[in-house]
Design a protein around this ligand. Sequence first.
Ligand code: SF4
Length: 226
Amino acid sequence: MAIAALLHIGFDSKLDSKEALVKIVLNRYYIFVSEEESKLEQTTWLLERLGHLLRAEMRQGAQRHELKLVQLEALYYLSRANRYSLTTLTVADALALTKGTTSQTLKALVEKGFVERRSDKDDGRVVHHDLTPAGQRVVAECYPVSALENLCQNHRGEDMNHLNKILTELLRSLQVEQGRVAFGVCNGCKYFGETAGGAVCGVTKEPLSKSDSLKICREFALPTEA
Ligand code: SF4
């Protein structure tokens, strides 16, 4: 009776009261679902628009240096990658390109004088790609894109940390879902070790400089995966 009164339903109709109750529950469920969906749609829309606009700015940067966007992206990747992550295959993995496209992209960058090839000191069959000073200048002129610089200047450090944390989680889940190599910043890796003599990689046992510890590595593994 109390429920019926609350729902303004007549006591004489059990069927009507049940239908009304179902209707109310469905309405509330619908509101809940649509709020969640609308948040998801908003996030999808924001990420999609941001991607387009950031790429538009990067495309302009590439044009200033007579480069294709993919060539500029390869330069940026090489500027951020550590010494274990500079091979053609690694660049292909990082940029989600085929090996053929990556080879062509790197070849063009070598011909333009922005990248130089270097054989591995232990295995001559392995070739690394380093930025030349000219390549470094291109990256310094095009990155970070100005919109992100403004964002960083206008928000507190803790807001930026929060944003980076959420974006990192999103990136990780996409990498796992798509079966891609993790590529993470070295000092967040489970193999990153700190000794009295400085930082060391737990995989290669080689020392890591401060600059190495801030670079991206293809062998990166999350500490929670241990
Ligand atoms: S500690 Fe991890 S991320 Fe850093 S170089 Fe070693 S494997 Fe790569």
